[in-house]
Design a protein around this ligand. Structure first.
Ligand SMILES: *[C@@H]1O[C@H](CO)[C@@H](O)[C@H](O)[C@H]1NC(C)=O
Ligand SMILES: *[C@@H]1O[C@H](CO)[C@@H](O)[C@H](O)[C@H]1NC(C)=O
Ligand SMILES: *[C@@H]1O[C@H](CO)[C@@H](O)[C@H](O)[C@H]1NC(C)=O
Ligand SMILES: *[C@@H]1O[C@H](CO)[C@@H](O)[C@H](O)[C@H]1NC(C)=O
Ligand SMILES: *[C@@H]1O[C@H](CO)[C@@H](O)[C@H](O)[C@H]1NC(C)=O
Ligand SMILES: *[C@@H]1O[C@H](CO)[C@@H](O)[C@H](O)[C@H]1NC(C)=O
Ligand SMILES: CC(=O)N[C@H]1CO[C@H](CO)[C@@H](O)[C@@H]1O
Length: 561
């Protein structure tokens, strides 16, 4: 009884103040993003689900904790938090939850979407949402897929709610589903390697070549069961087709290229009704991501996390939530999907990036392909370069692509500077040295004070087995799982030496860890007028090859293992 009274009382007070509070425009976009078209108005009774991201009062305190556990010079280095401890920093203030709950209409049934409850999922009719946010919803289609979505050009919040709500998603967010950075072009279907005339590694790379190029060992030594790699997969409807990892193809791949670990496989986590179909109806992405983790990381266990979702922001958040909910989270995670940064609103990108900050706090190395369109994401004729997300989030490690040995940065390797996230302390000296080296070139086409990406690079083109045959594929889609496997094996050596795993990599990699990477000094990316109009590789960090390619023995030495 007492509890009920206590709960009711503030609600009455709040409702009165919300009524007297003025509506303030909270977010707006000026034009319908390209590729989308209005086709009508939704029925007022149609239900829509929205995510309400609440203010995270201690997020700046969490950023300091991440620095403390991630900089080797710090006394707390490697003392990662538990997800429950992280939740303490991001959980909303109790009065935010009660104020927002009281403001929402009956039946909205707000439920925690994230483990800490800092994002709520609510269900509203179009009519209710139009009233609440003083907006007008329309039905839009995305021409690339025919996918329909209900969105608006702007929304308002009562001024009193702005102290509680960061943003409501996806009212003005048109982000198309995450795209595989790679076209994953099967350049051609070749005969099986056994009948090839060329020596291994002369034309296209397979695991043994990566072992040779980067000194990657065959297997683990620690016997750890907690050091494992998570791999993201998205069963996106329509746009790119489903993505699946075929068990028989993996078995053939290992028999052919890694007979020493033949029979190894992977675990599955299926979110939102995703399926790992075995009917050859999928694309190549799932095949690459699984074959180049299971097939490169020796006996490090691999879990494939497949999500079914048609909105990229929610897709990224789904996987963040999954990792935070694991009793034993992966130590390394690789994602070969990306969006152009501008696909996401600043507030949505910030919410997702704050999720990666939480994963940094618990000690997960988050790796992402840097994109496959060079500096411009292949927008020929553009007047500004096109940065890619999540690579621009400072709490992830972005992986570009190189060709063969000695490695040359590949023209399609995504890279550049964020328009949303400022350059972090661990990177500032490197980006300014690079920008000084290019002078006025491209001035006005990028944000010189933004976070630069990629951070590192590895092989771009490899063989996979798909539908029983050997196929060559290319993209930072290949590079990210390869780098993840390298890090997982470095972690294995750290564990064997009784040391903490690497966790958030960048403070280490931009510090002593750079001695465990081989600088890539040749290559130039695609820009706004096609090839050779983007960034140049050079000595030190550059926005096409980052700090360089893996070198296992040098990394072991750099880390003092
Ligand atoms: C969060 O912030 C509040 C108010 O500043 C403070 O009392 C509390 O100790 C902080 N919690 C954590 C986990 O830092
Ligand atoms: C609601 O939005 C309309 C259209 O943008 C605007 O004219 C009106 O002033 C807004 N109402 C309030 C209360 O802000
Ligand atoms: C909000 O969007 C509607 C529909 O596009 C437009 O008519 C209105 O002017 C916009 N309001 C503001 C404040 O931007
Ligand atoms: C790695 O495995 C291959 C067989 O695939 C074997 O030839 C090689 O000797 C092994 N290397 C080491 C260092 O054990
Ligand atoms: C994807 O398509 C299937 C049928 O093809 C449908 O059942 C499912 O609801 C769709 N999922 C999403 C997220 O659109
Ligand atoms: C890796 O680093 C070692 C030094 O630790 C060096 O001798 C070797 O040449 C490097 N490997 C490559 C492929 O550059
Ligand atoms: C082209 C295509 O695959 N279209 C499919 C998109 O997804 C819907 C279901 O969400 C299917 O009905 C379409 O056939």
């Amino acid at each position: 009884m007492n509890m009920a009274l206590l709960r009711v009382l503030p609600l009455v007070l709040l409702s009165t103040s919300v009524l007297s509070s003025t509506l303030v425009l909270h977010e707006s976009i000026s034009h319908v993003p390209s590729g989308f078209e209005v086709i009508g108005s939704p029925s007022p009774n149609q239900e829509i689900e929205l995510l309400v991201a609440l203010v995270q009062p201690n997020i700046t305190a969490l950023a300091k904790v991440v620095d403390a556990v991630s900089f080797p010079s710090s006394p707390s280095y490697g003392k990662y938090l538990t997800a429950a401890e992280v939740a303490g920093y991001v959980k909303p203030a109790p009065d935010s939850v009660s104020a927002v709950t009281a403001w929402l209409p009956n039946g909205a049934s707000p439920k925690p979407f994230s483990p800490a409850g800092d994002i709520l999922k609510v269900s509203l009719t179009v009519e209710q949402a139009e009233g609440l946010f003083n907006t007008s919803f329309k039905i839009f289609t995305y021409s690339a897929s025919g996918q329909q979505m209900i969105r608006a050009m702007n929304y308002s919040l009562p001024s009193i709610m702005q102290q509680h709500i960061l943003h409501v998603h996806p009212i003005v967010s048109f982000a198309p589903p995450p795209q595989r950075p790679a076209q994953n072009t099967a350049y051609n279907r070749r005969a099986t390697p056994k009948s090839r005339q060329l020596a291994p590694c002369e034309d296209i790379v397979q695991p043994v070549c990566l072992q040779e190029f980067y000194g990657i060992p065959n297997t683990t030594i620690s016997g750890s069961k907690t050091n494992y790699i998570g791999v993201a997969g998205y069963n996106v409807n329509n746009t790119s087709g489903g993505e699946y990892a075929n068990n028989a193809d993996l078995a053939n791949f290992l028999n052919e290229f890694r007979p020493d670990i033949a029979g190894n496989t992977f675990s599955l986590a299926l979110l939102n009704g995703a399926e790992n179909l075995q009917d050859n109806s999928g694309g190549l992405e799932g095949q690459i991501d699984i074959q180049y983790t299971v097939g490169v990381a020796g006996n490090v266990p691999v879990t494939y996390i497949l999500d079914l979702n048609d909105d990229s922001v929610t897709s990224y958040l789904d996987i963040i939530n999954w990792i935070l909910a694991q009793e034993n989270p992966p130590t390394v995670f690789t994602t070969s999907y990306a969006n152009e940064e501008a696909d996401l609103t600043l507030s949505a990108a910030t919410s997702v990036c704050n999720g990666y900050m939480q994963l940094a706090a618990i000690g997960v190395s988050m790796l992402f392909g840097s994109g496959d369109g060079g500096a411009s994401d292949l927008h020929i004729g553009c007047t500004e370069f096109v940065p890619m997300f999540p690579s621009t989030c400072p709490y992830v490690t972005s992986v570009g692509g190189t060709f063969f040995q000695p490695p040359t940065a590949f023209g399609s390797s995504g890279g550049g500077f964020s328009n949303y996230f400022p350059v972090p302390s661990w990177q500032a000296a490197d980006t300014s040295a690079y920008l000084e080296s290019i002078g006025d070139q491209y001035s006005g086409m990028y944000n010189p004070s933004g976070r630069g990406f990629p951070d590192v690079t590895s092989e771009w083109e490899v063989y996979i087995v798909n539908e029983g045959g050997v196929t060559s594929v290319g993209g930072t889609s290949c590079a990210s799982p390869i780098f993840a496997s390298f890090i997982a094996l470095v972690n294995d050596r750290l564990i064997a030496a009784g040391k903490p795993v690497l966790g958030f990599l960048n403070p280490v990699l931009y510090g002593t860890g750079r001695n465990g990477l081989d600088d890539v000094t040749t290559g130039q990316s695609y820009g706004c007028s096609g090839s050779a109009s983007g960034w140049n590789a050079g000595t030190g960090w550059d926005p096409i090859s980052g700090l360089g390619t893996p070198n296992f023995s040098a990394m072991i030495e750099a880390l003092g293992i």
